[in-house]
Design a protein around this ligand. Sequence first.
Ligand SMILES: *Cc1c(COP(=O)(O)O)cnc(C)c1O
Length: 484
Amino acid sequence: MKYTSTRDTAVEADSATAVVGGISEDGGLYVPQVFPKLDYKQFFGLDYVERADKVLRAFFDFNVDGVAKAAYSTFDTDEPAPTVKLDDNLFVLELWHGRTHAFKDMALSVLPHLLVRAKAQKCETDKTLILVATSGDTGKAALEGFKDVDGTEVCVFYPTDGVSRVQKLAMQTQDGNNVLAVGITGNFDDAQGSVKAAFRDDRLKDLLKDNNIKMSSANSINIGRLVPQIAYYFSAYCDLVDSGEIKAGDKIDFVVPTGNFGNILAGWYAHNMGLPISKLVCASNRNNVLTDFIETGIYDINREFYKTDSPSMDILVSSNLERLIFETSGRNSELTLKRMKDLATAGRYSVDEREMEKIREVFAADYADDEDIEDAIADMFDEYGYLIDTHTAAAYAVAARRELVRPTVVVSTANPYKFAPAVLRALGEKVSGEATEAMFSRLEDLTAMEVPSSLKEVFYKSVRFNETIAPKDIIEYIAARYGK
Ligand SMILES: *Cc1c(COP(=O)(O)O)cnc(C)c1O
């Protein structure tokens, strides 16, 4: 499988190069030259690891033997991504059984293995500096995934006032000898923008090269993040067939809580590879730039940025949308480059009606504000005795407004304890401020769902990292830290 760049289709890279590099030299994102077809029928009756293994093989030419098995052995269940039935036509796909209890583990437990294998394939001996911009969950999952992995350093930038207390403490108390977490003043978009600029900074590249270090990305711009996520769409579908809920070939819908457009894009890749998906419903929070885009064809970030109870979706620049509009433009990299330039300079771009029709064939979109989200958590709990977090609730709020004409899978992206204060409020409790242990206990009493021990631990572990810097200083910071 060869890869090209969304900003220059003259680029041809092998899969190892794409994973090691993270982002193409021209600033574009790596995409497969052709989508491999995978017959989902060969997934029936298999377990998750076997399914993930087949998906990895379809995209990567280097040796991936045992990668899925090693990655998912860190999960707390034998089923890393179980599908739960709640009602006729209503299912939940739980993607939060990994070490950090958010869906990022689905891919970030795999990526370090992919990187090690890809480097071996390329006989690459330089150290890899993994730079991560995070809205909260990616950072912790990357730190856990890469900690003490030979030949890597991992450095995470998070918006210091834009993540929950539990998310922040989880990163600040991270153990491992090759890890670092740094707060930035500003929001996720500022962090992501500065990290992308670091990848393009030649002076920084040269400086690091003198120390035998190369930068790479663990954000969902890395194709090694995206591919493992394709597996759970196949797996959920096949679970529904295996359990007799649907017949092979029946179409189903997925409703996906969306921020950087990585999760839902993986669903679209699965669709392109032949999985019978009817609609992918993009559910945003109050930062509803994607809802507007899918409605109007105009992507416009000149708008207020809101801090919400679903912080992992507080994003205006959804990086992976670039991969979608590249495809729907007929793989026109010049046009994609122009649009990305427009986004960088004017904060907006537009897509023509013909392309939007293609997008709307598969995608629908809607959003939920904090109040809708609290209502959705309460409704879900009252109706089904099933507890969801604020991000999943955005998807459920959107799903509940739709007529569920066919089996619909709400993609659940975090353990509810990760966002305990808002979940408690939704259940009618008077709480304010950031999460405390008392809140965890209260939530346990109310719901009989157990709090994961690693989430409680953050209150006891000592803080190792508590620096905060300005986004504009990220490049200097990296240079000073790793370039000497
Ligand atoms: C990252 C994240 C999302 C958004 O996923 P994207 O791939 O960025 O669209 C949703 N919910 C949770 C809990 C997350 O951590």
